[in-house]
Each structure stands twice: as C-alpha cells, then as structure tokens.
Design a protein around this ligand. Structure first.
Ligand SMILES: Cc1cc2nc3c(=O)[nH]c(=O)nc-3n(C[C@H](O)[C@H](O)[C@H](O)COP(=O)(O)O)c2cc1C
Length: 138
C-alpha cells in the first residue's frame, strides 16, 4: 500500500546551505534505495516535507526523521492512501525562498512561511508548486 505523509517541523538553528545539502545527500541516497519520493522545503527555520512510498517503509523513515536532532516540534499534517505518487521524479526535491514562494503564500493569505497555518490541501499544493521549481542547495 502506498501512502503520502506530510509534516512540518522547526529547525533547531539556522540551516546553512551546507546543512541542507547534507540532509539532501542522505535523503536522496536512502530514499532512492527504498523507492521513497518526496519534496522538502526549508524556509524561515521551518521544514515542510512530503514522503511518498510503501506504508511501512515511509512510517519507519518518518520515525527516524522525527528523531533527528536537527529539528523539533514535528507535526504530521496529513497521512493519505494514494494510488500514485505526485513527486515520482524527486527522490528528494528542495525549494527555498523565491518570488514564487511569496506569491503562493499570499494566495493562502499568509505573508510569511508558517506551515502550521496551512491546511493539508494548501501544504500539498505548496509542495507541488515548489517541486516544479526545484533548486539544488549548492
Ligand atoms: C528535515 C529533515 C528531513 C529529512 N529527510 C530525510 C529523508 O527524506 N530521507 C532520509 O533518509 N533521511 C532524511 N533525513 C535524515 C534522517 O533524519 C537521518 O539522519 C537519516 O535517515 C540517517 O541516514 P543514515 O543512517 O544513512 O546516515 C532528514 C532529516 C531532516 C532534519
């Protein structure tokens, strides 16, 4: 069974590009081995991430990620059974701030990136939109 889990969390400190690159390198390697796809967004010390793949594999990975000392206050936004992945090409995408982020947030009535204020649908729409503009963190 395939699921999509979306969560947000708070970085424990400002993440440098190198910090993000380190997360992405690990994520892309592990996720590719385990057929997990997804999208990670980091902005204003918030992480927003979608993980898609086999239910048991994603659950185990999520527990590991939630235990990671680089972030805290991990909150699941949604957990859905899906027919197909919407981030199939991204073993782990990454998007940082840009004009597109600001425009998208404005359309949700937000003037900054605060994932705790996003509904599940908005969080997914945001990540989908950002995945179309993937940037490498280096
Ligand atoms: C915000 C955030 C997102 C992460 N996303 C992933 C991920 O998608 N896949 C992954 O394997 N590790 C991810 N990690 C890293 C894991 O918490 C953990 O360090 C890693 O799975 C350990 O892998 P290793 O045993 O191969 O070193 C993430 C960490 C953070 C802080």
């Amino acid at each position: 069974m395939t699921i999509r889990l979306v969560y947000y969390s708070r970085a424990l400190r400002d993440m440098s590009l190198q910090d993000i690159q380190n997360i992405l390198t690990t994520a892309r390697g592990n996720n590719s081995d385990q057929d997990i796809c997804g999208m990670l967004c980091y902005e204003s010390n918030w992480f927003l991430q979608a993980l898609e793949g086999d239910r048991e594999t994603v659950n185990e990975l999520f527990l590991e990620i939630a235990d990671d000392v680089r972030h805290e206050d991990v909150v699941i936004i949604s957990y859905s059974y899906i027919d197909e992945c919407i981030f199939p090409n991204w073993h782990m995408g990454y998007a940082a701030n840009s004009g597109a982020v600001t425009d998208m947030l404005k359309s949700f009535g937000l003037d900054r990136f605060e994932p705790e204020k996003l509904t599940p649908d908005q969080a997914l729409e945001f990540l989908q939109n950002m995945s179309g503009q993937q940037q490498l963190a280096a």
